[in-house]
Design a protein around this ligand. Structure first.
Ligand SMILES: *Cc1c(COP(=O)(O)O)cnc(C)c1O
Length: 410
């Protein structure tokens, strides 16, 4: 067996070797070790004797290696994914969950969101995250405050509100606003709040929020980390031991753990994450430039464009000037009919509500992520009836542009 990954491995190498025999703690044997970690479906684990079983219940062997007793408490596929993600995000540990929403729920619980506590969240976070705060946490007696945290007054708002927890997203949906992670985490520290960020849109390839002072980083691994549209999974990476212990307890007690098949697929997805992100970002930048000069398009939102309000911030924060794979644009004709016509005319791009898969996906926020808002509420946050969101895939850029062009023609 080769040694476990050392911190000297770069992110790219670490991701490529996740779940291989160089990385996963696999049993050695004379008949050979599989180069790829197998899928462990077993719900329970047998140990050499009762003393060993007793030790295994503590979660580690006498030698300090991970040990397993029962699948809800831990599984080798989960351990491998968690280890790769913790290193990728520069955290001290991670816990895998059955979905991004389960991960967000657990992160907020670990952060201390309980009756009497107050959370300040960015106004334009993911729709189901707002639903979680309003439908699950608020009825328990949690005070939920939503603010526009993309302005220069974000730190002041946090100081005034003095929340116990702060929750933001690295890049917002669908207008792709970039959060000032340094300003937000500094303000959180000042008021003693636990800071939580949903980093789904950026992945560790573009941004590592723990290095910017965040306590907990959440991903819907269903999106870029898995990347192939075939697995639902979530993860929380922690910067602190106490939060990590709480996450583990929550996962085990709520039975919110991920299944071994999904974990296997997402670890497999991680091996190409870096390559995929480079291509998503390059294709998105070209698509943004193309749409910006298209006669049927009113305006384009993409942080890689110099006229995006957070272009400078994005350039400072995001690695290698990669601005992400998501963009949105407004049709000149700002109507639902025009948006439907455009979507129905697409031949390559898939009209699908998700994002981060290898193929280009188009979604229409008024019927998907922002369906629960009225037209005037949507207007208020800048989402018009002509607003289309694109998750730009890794196809040949010319095929993507040709499809968009033909669908935009009257
Ligand atoms: C999809 C998504 C989620 C929810 O993740 P699931 O895996 O669908 O539960 C949370 N946050 C963001 C930003 C997302 O895009």
């Amino acid at each position: 067996m080769k040694e476990k990954p050392t911190p000297s491995w770069t992110l790219e190498t670490l991701l490529v070797h996740g779940g291989t025999c160089q990385s996963a703690g696999q049993p050695t044997g004379d008949s050979g070790v599989p180069s790829v970690q197998p899928i462990y479906t077993s719900t329970t684990y047998v140990h050499a004797n009762a003393v060993a079983l007793d030790a295994a219940f503590s979660g580690t062997t006498a030698a300090g290696e991970a040990s397993y007793v029962y699948a809800r408490q831990g599984n080798p596929n989960a351990s491998e994914f968690e280890q790769v993600m913790a290193q990728a995000e520069a955290g001290i540990g991670a816990v895998a969950f059955g979905s991004g929403m389960a991960a967000i729920h657990a992160a907020l619980l670990a952060a201390g969101l309980a009756p009497g506590a107050k959370i300040v969240a960015a106004r334009d976070i993911y729709g189901s995250s707002i639903g979680l705060l309003r439908k699950i946490f608020a009825p328990m007696g949690v005070q939920v405050v939503l603010h526009n945290l993309h302005g220069s007054d974000a730190a002041n708002l946090i100081r005034q509100e003095e929340p116990d927890i702060i929750f933001v997203e690295s890049i917002s949906n669908p207008l792709v606003k970039v959060i000032d992670v340094d300003a937000i985490s500094a303000a959180a520290r000042e008021v003693g709040a636990v800071s939580v960020i949903d980093s789904t849109f950026t992945t560790p390839c573009l941004l590592r929020p723990i290095e910017h002072g965040f306590d907990l980083v959440v991903h819907s691994a269903t999106k870029y980390l898995g990347g192939h549209g075939d697995s639902t999974l979530g993860v929380v990476v922690s910067a602190k031991r106490v939060l990590l212990d709480q996450l583990r307890t929550t996962c085990t007690m709520l039975g919110a753990m991920a299944g071994p098949f999904e974990l296997y697929l997402v670890v497999r997805g991680l091996r190409t994450l870096s390559l995929r992100m480079q291509r998503h970002c390059a294709n998105a930048l070209q698509t943004a430039r193309f749409l910006q000069q298209h006669p049927a398009v009113e305006r384009v939102y993409y942080p890689g464009l110099p006229d995006h309000p957070q272009h400078e911030l994005a350039t400072r924060l995001l690695a290698c000037a990669q601005y992400g794979g998501l963009l949105s644009f407004e049709l000149k004709e700002q109507t639902r009919e025009a948006a439907f016509r455009f979507m129905d005319a697409l031949r390559l791009c898939l009209p699908a509500t998700t994002l981060g898969d290898t193929w280009t996906q188009v979604s229409y926020p008024p019927i998907s992520s922002h369906r629960d808002l009225t037209a005037s509420e949507r207007q208020h946050i800048g989402i018009t009836d002509g607003c289309i969101r694109l998750s730009v895939g890794i196809e040949d850029i010319n095929d993507i542009l040709a499809d968009l062009d033909q669908a935009l023609r009257p």
